[in-house]
Design a protein around this ligand. Sequence first.
Ligand code: HEM
Length: 506
Amino acid sequence: MDFFDSNIKLLGASVLALFSAASIYLVSYIGYNLFLHPLRSYPGPKSWAALRLPWAYHQVIGDNNDKMLEFHKKYGPCIRIAPDELSYATSQAWRDVYAHRPGQPEMSKTTIFQASAPNKIPSILGANKENHARFRKLLSYAFSEKGMREQEPRIKEHVDLLITRLQELSETGQSQDVLLWYTRAAFDIIGDLAFGESFHSLSDKKTHDWMRATWDNLRYVMTGNIFKFYGFGFLMAYLLPKGTVEGRLRNFQYTQTKVEARLRYGSERGDFWDKIVIKSEDDNAGGQGMTKGEMLNNAAVLVFAGSDTVATLSSGMTYLLSRNPDKLAKLTEEIRSAYKSSDDMDLINVGQLKYLPAVMDESLRVYPAVPVQIARIVPNGGAMINGKFVPAGTSVNVQQHPSYHLESNFYRPDDFIPERWLENRDPVFENDDRAAHQPFGVGPRNCIGKNLAYAETKLIMCKVLWNFDISLDEAKMGEQGEWLNQKSYGLWEKKPLWVKLTQRKN
Ligand code: HEM
């Protein structure tokens, strides 16, 4: 009994010692972060500066965007949001953090969101400088003006099929979830351009399971990496919902099947892959192409980056226009007076409209398709950001959504006013910091698909507004602004967008 008692006592003492050591460490760590850390003088919520835990919690529940806006409003344009992270909301910070820095090292992306694929090979999103430049070079032709012109008939075909589907549905007299249909169209287009074959979701009237799987992959990365950050990466498969883990694997299985099928077609398919295939012989023996593993991960990025974003922008525009009938009427009038028929529209001539780009830019401001910009790490030697020296190793970023909703950057930031982007704008908008609005990012790692995204969305919106009078189904939508109130996991987790489509009377 004595032996048993003394062992219990020893165990109790050990637990107490461990607990005391952990508490002392935690208190010292918090004390250091608050009172001695080089970033101690930056404003922001103290609990976030003390530990990364509040940031991580809000990341997992998907409302960090709202928190960032709240903090930037309260503490100003540069705030500390974790012991080692600063968040900015100025055009100067876009230049300092993301743009080319002649003669200075590039700021690399933070590893907390590096999407480590199952094969562990970095994609264009996480590749080092040399590999990133190789990937960009291989893909640049597909995204050039010439490349896009070659792809135009394919894009048009899908947008026309979208309109046919919406016409059929409008005859039922019921409102439709246009988000679903925009997503299907964008997904089919990227399938066709990236692999030379559509996913057939418009023709089959069925969303491909791959779309769901791409979202599971995003959730896995955006929330699961936080477990990795705290050293529990090995538990991810158990801590995350089973559906998310399985969906992520399906995402890569679908990609693998598609990439392998695409490689069998060679280099004359007229899609993104032609140039890559030419340079990648013998699993990139020459070093100028891509290995099979790189192709796989880059293809997965292209499918997701090229579909969800376009669907988000098209839905955002539809929603914001429907909530602002005077702007909707103005844009509809511009489109209907520019074309005699919906068939006359193409990727190039939609570029001639003047009010449409203003509506797109304003939609991307009020509801940016990519609300969160991936943070960068300040390299050795530190850097001047927003006029102040920031030490090496600090994580720095510009938050898109919060930046666009600050009065310090935009007059009447919460209102949808496309006119602010027109050349002959009202002088009240002269103080808008337009360079703070960078929906496609800045610098060597900005969005490679920007031209495609603009052209594709313009064509979709032109054809929809040429063919239909649109209005929200209020009964299904809820109160004003409700649709924009979404969670974000790097990208918005969107809700159905119920729209009444009435075929236009000629
Ligand atoms: C409204 C539509 C879109 C928006 C707002 C958007 C925005 C962005 C942003 C903000 C970035 C990250 C920049 C950074 O980390 O600094 C990015 C990267 C990227 N986007 Fe887009 N994007 C859109 C559509 C597209 C499309 C249609 C494609 C085509 C497949 C595409 C492909 C990519 C790729 C491959 C990257 C990584 C580029 C790199 O790291 O070099 N995006 N995009």
